[in-house]
Design a protein around this ligand. Structure first.
Ligand code: NPW
Ligand code: K
Length: 462
């Protein structure tokens, strides 16, 4: 499991660890990890030209010590000091190693820029000197130290100017800004350097599932099981006007994880569903319902009926307008930013600017699990625990992909996963299946569903 901690938690853990090691140890560990990442990026040190942007705190200190390591490896290292005070010992180390201090100037030629302006001690936004220095170094690959300077570390928001990194090298644990958009977009690739913080960190409120976590949560068929013990998922989606929504929800549900899929909707849609998925049966008892996509006016009665069965429910698309009915129930609400905007009465732009805060607010408001769709989907449960999905591909922004996701989450609920696990595992699988399906080019939603069995096989292979 990948975990993200708050600045406060990192500081407390750092203090506890520092009490057990000689002074300066952590900064040296961070600096060596950072220098190695830069060497990997540049394919070596000798003759490479490295620019350090150095702010007033320890983040700048990391950059200076890493610059010293790089200078000893033959790199030509220049530091631009963006504050009247900088980490003096780090600066002395850089000078001793042969690095120099320069001044911001246009048309500079460097192979990489190391952003040591601010890290976890920074406030959002950039100050004048930093903006000018970044403009002078525009077009050069950027490695951010710990966090891209200017982002809001704990919320993942980017309310002001900030660095756009190609690689972010962070220390000890991830922070929210590494996982949550829009800040995660500014991180580029993220490398975690182990500095020994783990034993001192508390459980994290924010997680990102990894393949082994997902594999451990998938329930494989018991040798003596039958289709009913494996779970039955029911689909109440699609209509005469929107049959595709029903078909694609069924396609997601029919990934093979549940023992049976039922379709409960318009006869005309059922005929299409049966033609595409002959194994699907009509209405009856289920262990989980998926309600709402393409249902139009039928969404409200469909949701009431589903809730009356007292089984977990995926509340999707048209049914989200009636999400109050699902308050406090075993439910997964699956809005995109536009739908959540209507549910919370908040502008869509505000939701996109802070998906973490709004997914959490919605989970508390509806007392249910909320899956807020996006490039990095956020799954929040009441009380603040969150899982962020980092699988996926831009190709996944395609019509009907949400229907497949709803069906898939329903199937996982039917196998007995709780709503938080079903939503986060479903979202992870959905993104990974899209990546698998898009290896040869563009995809449509049905391709994502079709890739699920191969993906599940690769995850669960002994
Ligand atoms: N924790 C760990 O485990 C380890 C941490 N390590 C490293 O330490 C880093 C944290 O260092 P830190 O605490 O010195 O804070 P840091 O981010 O350098 O900046 C704070 C200073 O910046 C200023 N400032 C604020 N906002 C600003 C802005 N927008 N633009 C410009 N300036 C701004 C503010 O001053 P003021 O606002 O008063 O002017 C303040 O003085 C961490 O990210 C990691 O790299 C590793 O070495 C080892 C393990
Ligand atoms: K930084």
């Amino acid at each position: 499991m990948l975990r993200a901690h708050t600045v406060e938690e990192v500081r407390a853990a750092e203090a506890a660890l520092m009490a057990t090691v000689p002074e300066g140890t952590l900064m040296q560990r961070a600096a060596y990890g950072l220098a190695n990442a830069v060497l990997d990026l540049l394919g070596g040190g000798y003759g490479r030209r490295v620019l350090l942007l150095v702010g007033p705190g320890h983040n700048g200190g990391d950059a200076l010590y890493a610059g010293a390591v790089l200078a000893r490896r033959g790199a030509l290292v220049e530091a631009w000091l963006l504050s009247t005070t900088v980490h003096e010992a780090g600066l002395a180390a850089l000078r001793t190693a042969g690095g120099r201090v320069g001044t911001p100037r246009a048309a500079v030629r460097f192979d990489v820029v190391v952003d040591g302006i601010v890290g976890i001690g920074g406030r959002p936004g950039l100050r004048d000197g930093a903006v000018e220095a970044l403009a002078a170094a525009a077009g050069i690959p950027v490695v951010a130290v710990d966090t891209p300077s200017g982002v809001d570390v704990d919320s993942g928001a980017t309310p002001g100017e900030h660095v756009e990194a190609d690689l972010t090298v962070t220390f000890g644990t991830h922070k929210a800004c590494h996982l949550l958009d829009p800040a995660a977009l500014a991180c580029g690739a993220v490398d975690l350097v182990d500095i020994g913080l783990d034993p001192f960190l508390p459980p994290a409120a924010i997680e990102a599932l990894q393949p082994e976590d997902v594999a451990a949560m998938l329930s494989l068929p018991d040798p003596d099981g039958h289709k009913y013990t494996r779970g039955v998922v029911g689909i109440r989606a699609g209509s005469d006007a929107y049959p595709g929504a029903g078909l694609l929800s069924v396609a997601g549900a029919a990934c093979g994880l549940a023992g049976m899929v039922r379709y409960d909707g318009d006869e005309s849609v059922l005929d299409l569903v049966r033609a595409a998925h002959p194994e699907v049966v009509g209405p009856g008892r289920v262990q989980a319902w998926v309600v709402g996509s393409g249902s139009a006016a039928a969404a409200e009665p469909a949701l009431r009926d589903a809730l009356a069965d007292d089984v977990p429910v995926v509340v999707d698309a048209d049914a989200l307008a009636f999400a109050d009915l699902a308050r406090g129930r075993d439910a997964v609400l699956t809005p995109h930013a536009g739908e959540l905007s209507r549910m919370l009465g908040v502008d869509r732009e505000e939701i996109e600017a802070e998906p973490l805060a709004h997914a959490r607010a919605a989970a508390d408001r509806y007392d249910a699990v909320v899956l807020l769709k996006g490039r990095h989907t956020v799954v929040a449960r009441p009380g603040g625990r969150v899982r962020v999905t980092t699988t996926g591909t831009p190709w996944l922004a395609t019509a009907g992909a949400g229907d497949v996701l709803g069906g898939l989450v329903g199937a996982l609920l039917a196998t007995g996963l709780d709503p938080f696990d079903a939503a986060s595992v479903g979202s992870w699988l959905h993104g990974a299946a899209a990546t698998l399906a898009s290896q040869d080019g563009p995809i449509v939603a049905g391709d994502v569903a079709a890739a699920l069995p191969d993906l599940i096989a690769s995850l669960t292979a002994p």
